[in-house]
Design a protein around this ligand. Structure first.
Ligand code: FES
Ligand SMILES: [Fe+2]
Length: 452
């Protein structure tokens, strides 16, 4: 039975203060529909990477919430995001995953749209429309806010959404750990290979909250640890992660983002992470030495995982990658994973990474399969009338966060569900909000504009 919800109701069924979250938010069709309006039509969403659209006419078909969008570079070199739906009768104007084209021609009646979204071709324009159709009004709907952050391209359908950097807030320094090069160079990464795509019969929030920092589920990955899945045949915590580091959970409850990092003393001896071949080992030693040199006064942080609210997650350590958990109904998620690599990585290193990435992540990746198995069964076992009576428990670590680490956010040193509570606090706030004015941060700034 569908639960009827009233404004303000979400903060009651998501009781993060006491650590109790109703199962309805995962399985209820009405709540799912409201998420499309309240969250996915307003939030900033990751759409693709600039290295996927380097030349005029390059496009990548992506997704924002449930809806198909086209990320493309026009003839003038400007990047746009358009709704992938013809303004005549709604047909998908681009049915490929990616490519290069001077124009998107609708397969239904043949309207065609230029790479800047303008309607440029209408069959029988003279005979059928008497040349009266105002083509300038019928271009593809364009995402009004777009931002290129270190090569990662984000969009929001809401003109009133706060600027991207305000939306990201202090999560920036943790997302940087995924987007910067291994040598610490700003945004020094690009995409390796194609985007892996697959579906999982579970709600999108299972994956998003897990990558927000579920440090409690290592038991699920026991088998991959036993077979030493690591990049050079050791455990997952290869190389730099075997250290005197302190693991920290970082939560931004007013924004919904969360991350996990290891903070290492700066004088920690470097450990060879990749011992596959001499070339590979030297490459990573060199990158790591440069990264440490570039730190200056900044803390020595090794990025682990994180989620940028609502549905973009990343692995900052290897296999370094970005995941999007696209909602496809309350009971289905389409997962997409982009693999990141440093620009100008030598082929020998690329090959080692490619093998490690695919044996770890994606639909055939052993570690990702462990996670999906849990989400699939947890979701299905939560749908029944009896199951829905019992909320999920998020009490772990209530009251143990601390602020003295020198890092922004709510920081927890011990294992905790603080990050998940922060994620759901923001989820409830966005679901209940009537406008951005009801949400923190409310301040808008003009310090950055569309930047491609
Ligand atoms: S639906 Fe595209 S031209 Fe008719
Ligand atoms: Fe996992």
């Amino acid at each position: 039975m569908a639960t009827k919800t009233k404004p303000g109701a979400f903060s009651r069924i998501v009781d993060v203060d006491s650590g109790s979250v109703s199962r309805e938010i995962f399985v209820n069709e009405d709540i799912y529909r409201q998420e499309q309006e309240q969250i996915f039509a307003q939030a900033w969403l990751f759409v693709g990477h600039e290295s996927q659209v380097t030349k005029p006419g390059d496009y990548f078909v992506s997704s924002m919430g449930e809806e198909s969008v086209i990320l493309c570079r026009d003839r003038q070199g400007e990047v746009h995001i358009f709704l992938n739906s013809c303004t005549h009768r709604g047909m998908k104007v681009c049915r490929y995953d990616e490519g290069n084209s001077p124009v998107f021609s609708c397969p239904y009646h043949g309207w065609s749209f230029a790479t800047d979204g303008k309607l440029v071709g209408v069959p029988y324009f003279k005979d059928a429309y008497n040349e009266k159709l105002d083509k300038s009004k019928w271009g593809l709907p364009e995402v009004p806010q777009m931002y290129n952050y270190k090569g990662s391209i984000w969009g929001s359908w809401d003109k009133k959404a706060p600027p991207f950097l305000d939306y990201l807030g202090d999560m920036k320094m943790f997302l940087d750990l995924a987007l910067d090069g291994r040598d610490g160079s700003e945004g020094g990464s690009e995409i390796l290979g194609g985007v892996q795509k697959w579906t999982m019969p579970s709600n999108w929030k299972f994956a998003a909250e897990n990558f927000a920092g579920d440090g409690y589920h290592n038991i699920s990955h026991r088998s991959v640890d036993m077979v030493d899945i690591g990049p050079s045949g050791r455990g997952r915590r290869d190389g730099n992660e075997i250290s005197t580091a302190t693991r920290l959970n970082i939560s931004f409850p007013e924004l919904g983002h969360a991350a996990v990092v290891d903070m290492q003393p700066k004088d920690t001896a470097q450990v060879a992470t990749y011992t596959n071949t001499l070339v590979v080992e030297e490459y990573f030693r060199g990158r790591e030495a440069k990264r440490r040199e570039s730190l200056g006064d900044r803390p020595n942080l090794i990025g682990m995982v994180g989620t940028v609210f609502p549905n973009m997650s990343y692995l900052a350590r290897q296999p370094r990658s970005i995941a999007m958990w696209h909602p496809r109904g309350p009971d289905l998620t389409e997962a997409w994973r982009w693999f990141l690599i440093d620009k100008n990585t030598p082929d020998e290193v690329k090959e080692v990474l490619r093998h490690y990435y695919i044996r770890y992540s994606g639909p055939g990746g052993m570690t990702e399969q462990d996670d999906m198995e849990n989400w699939n069964y947890a979701h299905n076992a939560s749908k029944g009338a009896i199951a829905r009576r019992t909320p999920y428990n998020y009490e772990m670590g209530i009251g143990i966060s601390r602020k003295d680490s020198g890092l922004p956010g709510v920081v927890t040193e011990r294992i905790s569900e603080e990050n998940q509570r922060g994620f759901y606090r923001r989820w409830a706030a966005m679901m209940d909000a009537k406008s951005w004015a009801d949400l923190a941060p409310t301040g808008r700034s003009n310090r950055h504009k569309k930047n491609s």
